[in-house]
Design a protein around this ligand. Structure first.
Ligand code: ATP
Ligand code: MG
Length: 391
């Protein structure tokens, strides 16, 4: 029995590429992902030929939409410069297809996204219409609490009166379904655009909303970028002051590409206090500086353990390491969050502490961090001092 993927491929075989060859016989077509009536794939074109490929993309989308059982289809056109070597993220990713919703400047005092510090390095990617500032929450090391920080920081920014959205950029290990207890699937608008899920007044998007948890994520490189591009540009984010991006762990090529693909205004680095995590945090800082994204500062997570029974304070991973490191690197120290079972239990149960215990000390710690991030965004467009980082 033919699967939906087979039917999709058969439909795409009838779509000619610019040189007349069926799309399925070109290298441009990525893996096809078809789950639950939702179809995703990307077409990779050379930047110079992007115009011709845009009509191929449109025809491909229409052809797949006509396949029986297909409820929605998303086709991303990612462009690549001739000669290889240049990251595909440097080409304009589908900006022309974004809705023309103007950014409402009066809405906030945040600087516009296009203002990146001057200097060499790759050109900034196109912004998202209606979204003032996009910030990444990142770390070199896994499991240090990036996703927990991202959610609570987003809520802290919301509590400061900003309009905030959350994008889960961890394509391989999305966290937002769990951290925000989201089980519903996003609705589509007109078959191509997605409505984000709204939680605690914030629009949220994660690949985890579209794909079952058990589905193996065998994405090829372009597919990862394609999924990210779609979540950035084919989702009705509305008007936002800040979009908080929860980054996947690491500082490898994948993270670098995301840092380049997403038009970031700044990065928040999360680290535990111990030396090993700090080395990774340093790598993270170096990575963002390489792509000219201002580092808004470091958060020390799992900073101190206060025994819930006796109140005794124990510095399980040490204490203060991130503050000292921030000073050494000349980046702001944004604050510390203790290691507390309340944070873990609530977080893992989909009840982020800033939303569910807003009067507690943890919520206050996150709100203080949020205030420093907001302040940092206002100065981030100034060029950073030149600092040599050993990695
Ligand atoms: N301050 C904290 N106190 C106690 N537990 C915490 C704290 N911060 C995070 N955790 C817990 O640590 C675990 C890892 O956190 P989280 O998923 O946020 O890390 P991550 O850096 O995003 O991980 P990954 O690298 O896998 O994306 C989770 O179970 C979370 O609840
Ligand atoms: Mg995470």
């Amino acid at each position: 029995m033919a699967t939906m993927k087979d039917d999709v491929l058969a439909a795409l075989a009838k779509v000619p590429s610019p040189d007349g060859k069926p799309l399925t016989q070109t290298d441009a077509l990525s893996e096809i992902v078809a789950t639950d009536g939702k179809v995703f794939f990307s077409i990779t074109a050379e930047a110079a030929a992007v115009k011709q490929w845009e009509s191929v993309r449109e025809r491909a989308e229409a052809a797949v939409r006509a396949v029986s059982g297909v409820k929605s289809v998303m086709v991303a056109l990612t462009a690549e410069r001739a000669g290889g070597g240049t990251p595909r993220s440097q080409a304009p990713p589908q900006a022309a297809r974004s809705p023309g919703a103007p950014s409402q400047g009066a809405r906030s005092q945040m600087p516009a996204q296009s203002a990146r510090p001057p200097g060499g390095g790759p050109a900034a990617p196109t912004g998202i219409p209606g979204v003032e500032s996009i910030i990444a929450v990142a770390s070199g090391k896994g499991g240090v609490g990036k996703s927990t920080t991202a959610v609570n920081l987003a809520l802290g920014l919301r509590d400061l009166g900003l309009k905030v959205g959350i994008l889960d950029a961890d394509i391989y290990g999305p966290s937002m379904p769990k951290l925000l207890a989201i089980r519903e699937k996003p609705e589509t608008i007109g078959g191509t655009r997605l409505k984000p899920i709204v939680r605690h007044g914030m629009p949220v998007m994660s690949i985890g909303f579209l794909i079952e948890e058990e589905t193996p994520m065998i994405w090829r490189g372009p597919m990862v970028m394609s999924a990210l591009t779609q979540m950035l540009r084919e989702v009705e984010w509305g008007t936002l002051d800040v979009m908080v991006v929860d980054m996947p762990p690491g500082t490898g090529d994948a993270q670098l590409t995301i840092a380049q693909q997403v038009p970031l205004r700044g990065a928040v680095i999360v680290s535990t206090p111990q030396d090993l995590a700090l080395i990774d945090a340093r790598r993270g800082i170096a990575m963002f500086r390489r792509v000219n994204v201002p580092v808004l500062g470091i958060v020390e997570n799992m900073s101190t353990f206060i025994c819930p029974k006796c109140g005794e304070r124990t510095d399980i991973f040490g204490h203060g390491g991130a503050r000292a490191e921030a000073e050494r690197l000349g980046v702001p120290f944004l604050g510390e969050v203790p290691l507390d079972i309340v944070i873990r239990e609530n977080s893992d149960a989909g009840k982020p502490v800033v939303a569910t215990a807003p009067d507690g000390p943890h919520a206050q710690a996150y709100r203080d961090i949020a205030a420093r991030v907001r302040d940092g965004l206002q100065v981030a467009s100034r060029p950073a001092p030149k600092i040599v980082i050993e990695t």
